[in-house]
Design a binder for this molecule. Structure first.
Ligand code: IMP
Length: 196
């Protein structure tokens, strides 16, 4: 069984994600970020799949610091766009695109499109005592016609999960965590850790 002293490093620079995952793990597992290791490099994400990128990031960090860690990769897959932006969600509107530029491009491409179906998929890659494990989470919903709400990040203002009439950005962190793609994948990982 996992003990209260179990520590894992979340291989991300994204503070939103660290606070999301810390809210989910509670006190059972303490989650550090890369900043706790004074590590501020951008880790390459050059794979063509979410699994490949999540593993690439976790392996990179593990090879440098040799500690238990996990990384995630998420894609927003829009039905009417043939699954795009998918693995390229962060760079949808260009290499250094901001969240709002990505949202703007998505709404542009979706202008006049009736089928708004989309899903978020997250893959979490865990390296624990040198072994690799993968966990996946998915949430289905639709792309709204205008942005709404101010919490969260990324495509949150334009993604409305099926179980709600609010966008992720209107839901707030706790409610989003309860149903989100990353929340689902992370809870699978936490259940695995607690049952070992
Ligand atoms: P990443 O692999 O988690 O960095 O996600 C890639 C891109 O997907 C991010 O740059 C965001 O634009 C988007 N994304 C990831 N997770 C979320 C989320 O929970 N809400 C909204 N957008 C997200």
């Amino acid at each position: 069984m996992a003990t209260k002293s179990q520590t894992l490093v979340f291989v991300t620079h994204n503070k939103h994600k660290i606070s999301e995952v810390s809210a989910i793990t509670g006190s059972d597992i303490s989650v550090l970020g890369m900043a706790d290791f004074n590590f501020f490099e951008e880790i390459p994400e050059t794979a063509e799949t979410l699994e490949g990128n999540a593993l690439q990031k976790a392996r990179y960090f593990h090879s440098r610091f040799h500690c238990n860690c996990f990384a995630d990769d998420t894609g927003l897959e829009v039905e009417a766009l043939g699954g795009r932006p998918g693995v390229y969600s962060a760079r949808y509107a260009g290499e250094h695109a901001t969240y709002s530029q990505n949202v703007e491009k998505l709404l542009d491409e979706m202008r006049g499109v009736e089928n708004r179906r989309a899903r978020f998929v997250t893959v979490v890659a865990l390296i624990l005592d040198g072994r690799e494990y993968l966990f996946e989470g998915e949430i289905k919903g639709e792309i709204t016609r205008t942005p709404s709400g101010s919490s969260g990040f990324g495509y949150d203002p334009v993604f409305k999960p099926d179980l709600s009439d609010k966008t992720f950005a209107e839901l707030g962190e706790d409610e989003k965590n309860r149903c989100s793609h990353r929340g689902i994948a992370l809870r699978k990982m936490i259940t695995f850790l607690k049952n070992r």
